[in-house]
Ligand binder design. Structure first.
Ligand SMILES: Cc1cc2nc3c(=O)[nH]c(=O)nc-3n(C[C@H](O)[C@H](O)[C@H](O)COP(=O)(O)O)c2cc1C
Length: 488
């Protein structure tokens, strides 16, 4: 849905009754702690921190921007009540539309609200913005957590946007955590290989589509600003950075313009520790930092905070966008029989209609190449009678259709996230070997003897025709007890 900027979005959030303002919080414990605790309740509001200790009124931080069903609906525009598998399929269909439509190219404008205040040279001071200690043992205050950075591929000229966290080091230096394998890392290192610093603009807050588009794992070379235009249904208006030529939204709350410093020009800086979504602190490790040469910001800027938290609840609409992207990519793979994709706990689940021997593993191998981000640690393949989003059915298939000796396949040395506690030993970390094993669980009926399988193993729960007949016959006496739908 189209919002001019974050403020327009916030107005709509307030109209929906989903905004709470907190005054007088401090940056050391209150902002981070309140953010974590309030995220535990389902359907929690946006919390807007104002009059933050040590800062003038108006310098605000907004958290939980996308953490309710209604707020996700405002951004994605899905029909009321759509959830689970239906929601995933709806967004996968929209991604098919995006792929076959002309790009929604940003429109360049001379200036915009973000240029209300321009600071360069000695006036650059990152402490102008409130940056909290989000988790008690973080390595320092983090300013960039909910915005997005824009880089340009020096080989192709293609633009790339991503969300990358940044801790404040001093007045004009900020961290930039680029996990290995993310496109931003590949692009940054292309500049480094040429012996150059990498130009960058970092937005600290925008219309919500910008953050969510930047966080999407679109293909390498695809422009997230164009994808964001599709998501919001209108092109972004962008200003070209005077120093780097990189574009940023004219309605952004605040933007930092500068360069990621080549490690030969300036030693890397310790980044982290940082409280990660997996529920542990990610250890500090050295990363190239960003030198900020200019700051642009609106009057009374709102910094978006999206710190990772172990428990985060998006009101039943969390995770659907990435699952839908995987479904969209599988559909476009040209492989036959794909029925659905789901995420059940740690399992990525693909259901398919088997057509030939070897079909299951062919699809599994394709998915393991890393559909939209890293390969899953556990991929579960199920037949088309299993809803891949239904935990009960997925568990049933794993429990009853898998011979572990024949149907569990373990691969080694696959791309993984540096934040994983499992398997990344001190030695692997020392040599920056961020790889782990992955598992394919083939929970499908074995194709070669499936006819025998079906003949031997009938489902033992009640036949559907009989269930309907009994419900009709006994409803007057037993009511809901006989008309209740089958649980799975
Ligand atoms: C709130 C938020 C914070 C994130 N922080 C980081 C981060 O610090 N480093 C990182 O590499 N990815 C981070 N991610 C994930 C990336 O933004 C995401 O995978 C994105 O698609 C990467 O883009 P790229 O492949 O174009 O570089 C974050 C995502 C979100 C939503």
């Amino acid at each position: 849905m189209e919002f001019r900027d974050y403020r327009a979005y916030l107005d709509e959030v307030e109209r929906a009754g989903e905004l709470r303002v907190v005054r007088g919080a401090d940056l050391k414990t209150d902002v981070g702690g309140i953010t974590e605790i309030t995220a535990w309740s389902p359907e929690h509001p946006v919390v807007l921190f104002d009059e933050i200790d040590g800062y003038p009124a108006g310098r605000r931080i907004a958290v939980h921007s996308f953490d309710s069903y209604r707020r996700m609906q405002l951004v994605y525009g899905f029909p009321d009540g759509l959830r689970g598998r239906a929601l995933t399929e709806w967004w996968a269909d929209r991604l098919d539309v995006a792929a076959s439509s002309p790009p929604v190219t940003p429109v360049e404008v001379e200036t915009g609200p973000v240029m209300e205040n321009v600071l360069t040279g000695d006036d650059v001071d990152l402490h102008l913005f409130p940056a909290p200690m989000w988790h008690e043992l973080d390595g320092g205050p983090y300013l960039a957590t909910g915005g997005a950075s824009v880089l340009r591929d020096p080989d192709t000229g293609a633009l790339n946007a991503g969300c990358y966290r940044g801790m404040v080091y001093d007045r004009h230096t900020i961290g930039h955590h680029l996990a290995g394998g993310h496109h931003g890392q590949v692009i940054r290192d292309k500049y480094f290989e040429r012996g150059e610093n990498c130009p960058i603009v970092i937005s600290l807050g925008n219309d919500p589509s910008f953050t969510l588009a930047a966080a999407e794992n679109v293909g390498f070379g695809q422009d997230e600003l164009e994808f964001g235009g599709f998501l919001r249904g209108a092109p972004y208006e962008v200003v070209r950075g005077p120093l780097t030529g990189l574009p940023f939204p004219a309605g952004a709350e605040a933007v930092l313009e500068g360069e990621i410093l080549h490690p030969d020009a300036e030693p890397k800086r310790s980044e982290g520790p940082w409280g990660e979504g997996l529920g542990y602190y990610a250890a500090a490790f050295d990363q190239p930092a960003v030198r900020v040469h200019a700051i642009y910001h609106r009057d009374d800027p709102i910094v978006l905070g999206e710190p990772t938290l172990r428990f985060r609840n998006r009101g039943g609409a969390g995770g659907f966008a990435q699952t839908a992207r995987r479904l969209h990519m599988l559909r476009r793979s040209g492989l036959e029989g794909i029925r659905g994709v789901g995420q059940v706990g740690p399992f990525l689940v693909i259901s398919l209609k088997q057509h030939y021997a070897g079909h299951v593993m062919r699809v599994a191998d394709y998915a393991m190449a890393g559909l939209a981000d890293r390969p899953p640690r556990y991929l579960v393949m199920v037949d088309d009678d299993i809803d891949p989003t239904n935990p009960t059915l997925v568990n049933w298939a794993i429990s009853t259709r898998v011979d572990p000796a024949a149907q569990i396949h373990i691969e080694r040395e696959r791309w993984c996230n540096v934040i994983n506690p499992a398997g990344l030993t001190p030695e692997k970390r020392r040599i920056e070997d961020y790889t782990l094993g992955t598992t394919i669980i083939d929970a499908c009926k074995p194709f070669r003897w499936r006819r025998h399988w079906d003949a031997m193993f009938h489902r033992s729960d009640i036949d559907e025709d009989l269930r309907v007949r009994l419900a009709t016959r006994w409803e007057s006496e037993l009511g809901d007890l006989v008309t209740a739908p089958r649980p799975i």
